[in-house]
Design a binder for this molecule. Structure first.
Ligand SMILES: Cc1ncc(COP(=O)(O)O)c(C=O)c1O
Length: 387
């Protein structure tokens, strides 16, 4: 049975061939660690990592690539941002739409004297700027908000939140896990202080890659979470203060970053607007096909400009996990059922008690015939329930 991959919100697959080639070439031909030797191979690794950093910076509209820190995942970037920045006595405003990669660090920090106010969302999973504003306190240090929900695809009003945060002197962390490489995101116009994203979703890098962008000056207030060998300052017992070395202790994931460089170059060559258009078309086709069936409810905004591209739905007669298992076994469809690591969001949508939702997440390469096959498979299962 052919695979029908609809789990790009978890990690993108397939990657462009250039990504596989770059990883393979680095592994077989280069093989030297980043900034650890003086050989030609070590120089080549440095050049590859620099290329990855430059391309991510270019994608973000950042002129200084050193402001891009490499991490191991979106979760790793968010942990560095939250646990590196917040101290006892700080207050944070965040939202019920966040992924566990934000919820859990903030719950942990609560045990260390950091308090969080959780702002709710509407029935489509959208947060109101007024509610964010109302949650602010004199001791609020940070607003942490997801750019687009991994459950409903709802794009949050991050630009408005950013200008409000700036007017109040509060820092803003944006979780761009579902949007970097898929939606235009320019640090010059956004006004955020930290942007966290995986390298393995919209940027097409391999698993094990992540990025954290830092606005000028934030690095002075941010503690590194990992300490150890870095690309500079080997004669000192403290981590270097320079970017990005302060936050990149340990041998970097050079093969992953070789793949990431190729992935981001693919995004830049294709154009984020073109990717966005294809995602909009794919999401629209999927959502309207599913919503047209009796007994199916699709969640999230239907208006394309407010949607990042996932389709989460419930069906009468099937538990989400049961439906996902059947879709995998009868149609080779790979999707994601359950709470999608966003338990507060499902509680807010009222879908937690039913076991969450089934999520289809196409990628820019998902074809119309794959989308139609997925819709047909759901239709067949609904028409003849097993029970
Ligand atoms: C909104 C959101 N934030 C954070 C993450 C965590 O990213 P990673 O899987 O790279 O750790 C995800 C992953 O699905 C996500 O969807």
């Amino acid at each position: 049975m052919r695979r029908l991959y609809l789990d790009n919100a978890a990690t993108s697959w397939p990657k462009p061939d250039a990504v596989y080639d770059a990883v393979d070439d680095w592994q077989r031909r280069v093989g030297a660690s980043y900034a650890r030797g003086a050989s030609a191979a070590a120089d080549e690794t440095r050049a590859i990592v620099d290329r990855a950093r430059r391309s991510v910076a270019q994608l973000l509209g950042e002129s200084d690539p050193r402001r891009v820190v490499f991490t191991n995942s979106g979760t790793d970037s968010l942990n560095l941002a939250l646990r590196g920045l917040l101290r006892a006595g700080d207050h944070v405003v965040s939202t019920v739409c966040e992924h566990n990669a934000v919820l859990r660090p903030l719950e942990f920090l609560c045990t260390e004297g950091v308090e969080t106010t959780w702002v709710g969302c509407d029935s489509e999973g959208v947060v109101s700027v007024d509610e964010v504003a109302a949650a602010l306190r004199p001791e609020t240090k940070l607003i942490a908000i997801v750019h687009a929900s991994n459950v409903t695809g709802a794009i949050q009003p991050v630009e408005e939140v950013a200008s409000f945060a700036k007017s109040q002197g509060v820092r803003l962390l944006v979780d761009a896990a579902q949007t970097l490489g898929r939606l235009p995101l320019d640090v010059r116009s956004l006004g955020a202080d930290l942007i966290a994203a995986p390298g393995h979703k919209g940027l097409y890098g391999p698993l094990g890659t992540g990025v954290l962008w830092l606005a000028p000056g934030i690095e002075e207030d941010l503690r590194p979470l990992r300490l150890g060998g870095a690309a500079s300052g080997g004669d000192r017992l403290e981590m270097p203060e320079t970017l990005p070395d302060k936050f990149e202790a340990g041998s970097l994931n050079a093969p992953g970053l070789a793949g990431l460089a190729a992935g981001v170059e693919h995004v830049l060559a294709t154009g984020v607007e073109a990717i966005r258009q294809r995602m909009t078309d794919a999401r629209g086709r999927l959502a309207s096909g599913l919503a047209a069936m009796d007994g199916v409810r699709v969640y999230g905004p239907s208006e394309p400009l407010r949607q990042a591209g996932v389709v989460s739905f419930s069906t009468e007669g099937y538990d989400p996990h049961e439906l996902a298992m059947l879709l995998a076994s009868v149609g080779g469809i790979e999707c994601r059922a359950g709470l999608h690591c966003a338990p507060r969001m499902h509680a807010a949508l009222g879908t937690a008690r039913q076991g969450g939702l089934v999520r289809f997440s196409p990628g820019p390469g998902t074809t119309d015939s794959e989308i139609d096959a997925a819709v047909t498979a759901v239709g067949r299962l609904i028409a003849s329930p097993l029970t």
